[in-house]
Design a protein. Structure first.
Length: 503
């Protein structure tokens, strides 16, 4: 019997290129551990061809008026919205995330960003500035596209990441070679086809497939002007290092270990809802997860009581069912990693297990689909009475594992929240908005929330501090990451300043 999804090949010159490779790998449905599609690894020769296609397309695409590029990209946004549920189904197959999530978040937030950047460039977002220096001299600057850019994606928000990179890249007049994660590659061809159908010329958006070696080939390729990367800190270090060799522009969207701070006056129910969003949405596979939940000692008992009550509302099960809000982890290797952290929390860190644990979730035994027993399911897990020195508190687990850290004073909690090498996100829950802003001002993180968690709209520039990254995506600043500046000084007085005048 054939696999549920068509094989995937490199995509360049406006179409899939079935002949590119003989070596292939399979992408797996993590809910059932069954193969979904054969993915053909792109050879170096075919990566060169994809880059050449992008180079060929660049002069024409970059000189197309921004308003025309915008019109094409708007059409792609409409196609994404029209096919939302079909695309969401593919993302659910590939990532295991429940359809309730992929159908309301993943494609929607990608299409929003495409619409946002198309609108931005159509309404002057690429304008430079004019500075009148003197009556007879002025400076003008222009924002110029970089050329052929590489996008390298992580597996947790596949099509969203592809759109957050390609939307500003293409809107600014660049062309792109995009490599999806080898764990979740299905969306890439579908997005490329949508761009082509919308009128994006051949070579403007291209796809290559494979693991880290394919990514590494892109980051060192002399014809790539910029690398926009989303992934782990350790991979980001390699990518930024090799990009530096060619003095390439980089945007680095990396991991975190974010602090979710509950203040003593917080509404407990709201704070628990926030902490749950910050730990269990997407089965905890969100870069901005607030996995260090700081709770005042005085509130801890009540916070835990309400949390345990609300944990009943985490519903794992059939990923397509309307009631399911918690899926499996993305892959076997990730499942093993998350479970080993849970075991470490119990056996070595000696954290107190409030709920969950490394055992197979009990509901799996009775599930109507026997294949689910083979999937990468875990229990949502909460540790309490955690301390800052525990490994589960220090390292990014990237799974549904919450650590509750009791604290005494606000000064102490700010210092402890910042005591980490990463600085992606942070947030506070409180009714005292003055205090909220004072604390936010002191937190070393690039994405912060007050009385909410996780929303990342197209208008909001997001990027990590410290080891969590370089640069931002989205918002007006997100466009600046895809252009380079040229400044021109114009002198009209006919006098060139010189020290070489005749005495
Ligand atoms: P990863 O670093 O393992 O892989 C990311 C991508 O890099 C994949 O496409 C992979 O094939 C590629 N890659 C691997 N080695 C490479 C190399 N040497 N050169 C070039 N490319 C290489 O990350 P992952 O496990 O796919 O994703 C999870 C991580 O991503 C987490 O740490 C998470 O926090 C982070 N993330 C960050 C953001 C953000 O916006 N800051 C968003 C989503 C995920």
């Amino acid at each position: 019997m054939g696999l549920p999804h068509a094989p995937r090949f490199a995509y360049y010159d406006g179409k899939s290129q079935p002949a590119s490779s003989t070596s292939s790998f399979q992408t797996i449905n993590p809910a059932t551990n069954t193969p979904l599609a054969d993915i053909h690894t792109t050879t170096h020769a075919a990566i060169d061809a994809a880059i050449a296609s992008a180079q060929k397309a660049f002069p024409s695409w970059s000189s197309t008026p921004a308003i025309e590029r915008a019109r094409i990209l708007q059409r792609a946004a409409s196609l994404l919205r029209a096919r939302n549920d079909d695309l969401a189904k593919v993302e659910t197959d590939d990532t295991g995330k429940p359809f309730t999530e992929t159908s309301t978040v993943d494609i929607v937030t990608g299409a929003d960003v495409l619409e946002y950047f198309a609108s931005l460039v159509a309404s002057g977002g690429l304008n430079g500035e004019t500075i009148q220096l003197r009556p007879d001299a002025w400076v003008y600057s222009t924002k110029n596209p970089l050329g052929v850019c590489a996008g390298i994606g992580a597996w947790n928000y596949p099509i969203q990441i592809a759109l957050w990179k390609s939307a500003p890249c293409l809107a600014a007049g660049n062309t792109m070679v995009y490599k999806p994660s080898e764990f979740t590659p299905l969306h890439a061809t579908l997005l490329a086809e949508i761009y082509t159908e919308a009128g994006v010329p051949p070579g403007v958006f291209n796809v290559v497939h494979g693991a880290g070696d394919v990514g590494a080939y892109l980051t060192t390729h002399p014809s790539i002007a910029k690398v926009s990367f989303t992934g782990q800190v350790s991979t980001g270090q390699k990518v930024a290092g090799s990009a530096a060799g060619g003095m390439k522009y980089v945007t680095m969207e990396l991991g975190g270990k974010s602090a979710c701070i509950i203040l003593p006056d917080a509404d407990i129910s709201q704070a628990v809802d926030g902490a749950m969003m910050a730990n269990f949405f997407s089965t905890g596979q969100v870069c901005t997860n607030g996995t260090r939940v700081f709770v005042p000692e005085s509130l801890k008992a009540e916070f835990e009581r309400v949390l345990l009550e609300k944990m009943q509302h985490v519903r794992a099960g059939d990923v397509m069912a309307p009631e399911t809000n918690f899926g499996p982890l993305v892959s076997k290797v990730h499942w093993e990693k998350v479970n080993s952290y849970i075991r470490h929390g119990i056996n070595v860190d000696k954290a107190k297990l409030l709920c969950g644990g490394p055992e197979t979730p009990s509901w799996l035994a009775n599930h109507s689909n026997p294949a689910y027993k083979e999937g990468f399911w875990v229990q949502p897990t909460v540790f309490t009475d955690c301390t800052d020195d525990m490994k589960i508190v220090q390292e990014e687990i990237f799974g549904p594992v919450m650590s509750i850290l009791p604290y005494k004073t606000v000064e102490e909690v700010v210092q402890r929240a910042n005591n980490t090498s990463v600085g992606l996100a942070a947030g506070v829950f409180t009714k005292d908005l003055n205090l909220a802003h004072q604390i936010i001002g002191q937190l070393e993180a690039g994405i912060t929330w007050v009385n909410t968690w996780g929303e990342s709209p197209a208008e909001m520039s997001v990027g990590g501090w410290k080891m969590s990254g370089v640069g931002v995506e989205n918002g007006k600043k997100g466009l600046e990451a895809w252009v380079r500046n040229k400044s021109t000084l114009v002198e009209m007085a006919g006098e060139v300043p010189t020290v070489f005048a005749k005495l």
